[in-house]
Design a protein around this ligand. Structure first.
Ligand code: ADP
Length: 272
């Protein structure tokens, strides 16, 4: 990698661990996602995997920035930053016209208002209840005996709107089971579930003030059925990227680069 500066962002979520290695603060050289989060082997494995993919040693990384729910337990990290700041940073890098971020992760959902230069201006968060989070979809997918990665395909096949009225995960699971028993199609139930989550999360986004560009991040943004539902609910175009689940780790790697440059400049001043 010659004289280039490599930084790593590690996002330790409640459900998944994510890592991004960045060259000179602008080029993504490696990414990794491991489907287990804080308190598991996920953080160690995600670091190892992203290094292996890029064929580099940990010693070649100039700065490691941790973020996410489990950020304070990562020994390898040089520093930690809040996931809100990292999400704002990552989304601004991917979508320079971003004004609203909707992030749905494993155990929380948040809406962020972004100002000029990608600055975080305001946010609203739901972390008290599983409804409206990836956990909700994980539970429902299990009840329907499908994988979460199949939900978007099923949503696209649906031709009928079914209203899911329960706002609680446990009650919604029972409602889904009774819908199945009464002969409703899986694809229509999946669409109904997506619409129910979009109604919940859409109202969070409206509270921060929805403005274009609206960017959807977090693991749940990989599900284009949720992208469809959020677009229907808000009336806004919803932008996503294949990197949406890595957005926090990307922001952390970008902050890591800034911190490293600042440190290097300070060192140079002391020497002079
Ligand atoms: P956290 O940061 O809280 O650990 P993430 O942003 O990594 O959460 O998102 C995890 C959630 O993403 C899981 O609950 C799961 O439902 C969802 N998810 C992960 N991969 C996919 C996929 N391929 N398709 C649909 N949903 C997915």
């Amino acid at each position: 990698m010659g004289d280039s500066i490599l930084t790593m962002g590690v996002d330790i979520g409640s459900t998944a661990s994510k890592s991004v290695i960045l060259k000179d603060g602008k080029e993504i050289v490696s990414t990794s996602v491991i489907g287990v989060g804080a308190g598991t082997s996920g953080p160690t494995r995600v670091i190892k995997e992203s290094l292996q993919k890029a064929n580099i040693e940990k010693e070649q990384i100039s700065y490691i920035m941790a973020t996410g729910y489990g950020r304070n337990s990562l020994e390898e990290a040089d520093f930690q930053m809040s996931e809100l700041s990292c999400h704002a940073k990552g989304a601004y890098f991917l979508f320079p016209n971003v004004r609203t971020i909707i992030d749905i992760g494993g155990q929380d959902a948040k809406a962020m208002k972004i100002g000029d230069g990608g600055m975080l201006e305001n946010f609203v968060m739901n972390d008290k209840c599983a409804a409206g989070t990836g956990r909700f979809l994980d539970v429902i997918a299990r009840a329907l005996e499908v994988n979460v990665s199949d939900l978007e395909k099923l949503d696209a096949q649906s031709k009928k709107d079914i209203a899911i009225s329960s706002t609680c995960t446990v009650f919604a699971e029972s409602e889904v089971i009774s819908q199945l028993a009464s002969g409703s199609k899986i694809e229509d139930i999946v669409r109904g579930i997506h619409n129910a989550i979009a109604a919940r999360v859409g109202s969070l986004a409206k509270r921060v003030g929805l403005m274009d560009d609206v960017v959807f991040t977090g693991g749940v943004a990989l599900n284009h059925g949720m992208v469809r539902a959020l677009s229907d609910n808000t009336g806004h175009k919803i932008l996503t990227s294949p990197l949406c689940q890595l957005n926090g780790a990307l922001g952390a790697a970008l902050f890591g680069f800034q911190k490293y440059k600042l440190m290097a400049r300070k060192k140079a001043k002391v020497k002079a």
